[in-house]
Design a protein around this ligand. Structure first.
Ligand code: GDP
Ligand code: CA
Length: 308
């Protein structure tokens, strides 16, 4: 069975770790978010792709929720002491990866090729595909002004309420090589429990990707990133409240209008009335350990009517 997954960073990575334990990773394609990519200290950082990469490679710092385990911070400390920018935290091991990525990009390789090489180097068996090789960047509009994603998220600690999200470069962005092929070859498409607005939103802002989901002939199953109406981490619940009007499963489903056939929700959010054509599948969605991640992944496959 071939599975294609749209995924952001942490929530996406946690889910994917369970998924590759219950399906053949060789038949799994991940379409990752690149709209929070940022240049820091001259380095191209792809936070969401790296969360997936590190998690699947078993190198992630699961407690911190981002970056690598066993990290040290000498380079960043040195940069800060020399007046360099240090608000975006990069560990020494992490920087090693960004150095390689940045060099390959400067030599002219597209991000998809760079990501494939890095995935190979880290022993990934599944295909990790950036949604696009073209520049695509998230901006949020808040009462305090319009900010680039990382300025709002990291520098300002996502404290500003978001009135609107937009994606610079979206009209011109084409899917990266392999993305449409993966979506078309899939027996099931999954939207990971990622932030619908700033992790999945930018992927769907690539028109050809949204079209592929609209035209799908296979089930598309989304997993809600909320448990009991609250985000496990981050601003998804606050964003749903202001942008969708609430945090029920129906509000989550509304962010994927016309794109999903089922929404997997937590027991704490049931019973749920969902928009026409969307089935609610109730299970435990808190991915506390590898067992919980595997069970959630299996529930998603079962929801698609495709027992593994
Ligand atoms: P980011 O790009 O690193 O912010 O990560 P994502 O957008 O992929 O994931 C963030 C979302 O993951 C948040 O909205 C969380 O609520 C959700 N999330 C994290 N852990 C869990 C979990 O165990 N279960 C569920 N259902 N959602 C989770
Ligand atoms: Ca992200």
């Amino acid at each position: 069975m071939r599975v294609a997954v749209l995924a952001g960073g942490v929530g996406g990575a946690r889910f994917l770790k369970g998924l590759v334990a219950v399906v053949d990773p060789g038949n799994t394609s991940i379409v990752g978010n690149v709209a929070d990519d940022i240049e820091v200290l001259g380095l191209h950082v792809s936070p969401d792709l790296d969360s997936v990469l590190y998690t699947l490679a078993g190198l992630a710092d699961e407690e911190r929720g981002w970056g690598r385990a066993d990290e040290t911070w000498n380079a960043l400390t040195t940069a800060a002491e020399r007046g360099g920018e240090a608000w975006f935290r990069l560990g020494d091991r992490d920087i090693g990866l960004h150095l390689v990525r940045t060099q390959l990009l400067r030599e002219g390789a597209p991000l998809s090729e760079v990501t494939e090489r890095l995935g190979h180097a880290y022993g990934l068996e599944c295909a990790l595909l950036p949604a696009t090789d073209d520049p695509l960047r998230t901006f949020v509009e808040t009462p305090a002004g319009t900010f680039s994603f990382q300025t709002w998220f990291v520098a300002r600690g996502h404290r500003d309420e978001v009135h609107a999200v937009h994606f610079a470069g979206a009209p011109e962005a084409r899917p990266a090589p392999g993305v449409l092929e993966a979506l078309e070859a899939a027996d099931v498409i999954v939207i990971a429990p990622s932030n619908p607005y700033v992790s999945i939103g930018p992927i769907l802002a690539v028109a050809a990707i949204r079209d592929a989901l609209e035209r799908r002939r296979v089930p598309c199953v989304a997993v809600s990133p909320l448990v009991a109406g609250r985000a496990v981490k981050g601003p998804a619940d606050r964003m749903l409240r202001t942008l969708a009007g609430g945090t029920t499963p129906a509000h989550v489903a509304s962010t994927y209008g016309g794109l999903i056939d089922a929404l997997v929700i937590d027991e704490a959010d049931a019973p749920a009335e969902l928009p026409r054509g969307v089935r609610a599948v109730v299970t435990r969605t808190l991915m506390t350990d590898d067992g919980a991640r595997r069970r959630l992944a299996q529930a998603v496959l079962d929801a698609a009517g495709a027992p593994a």
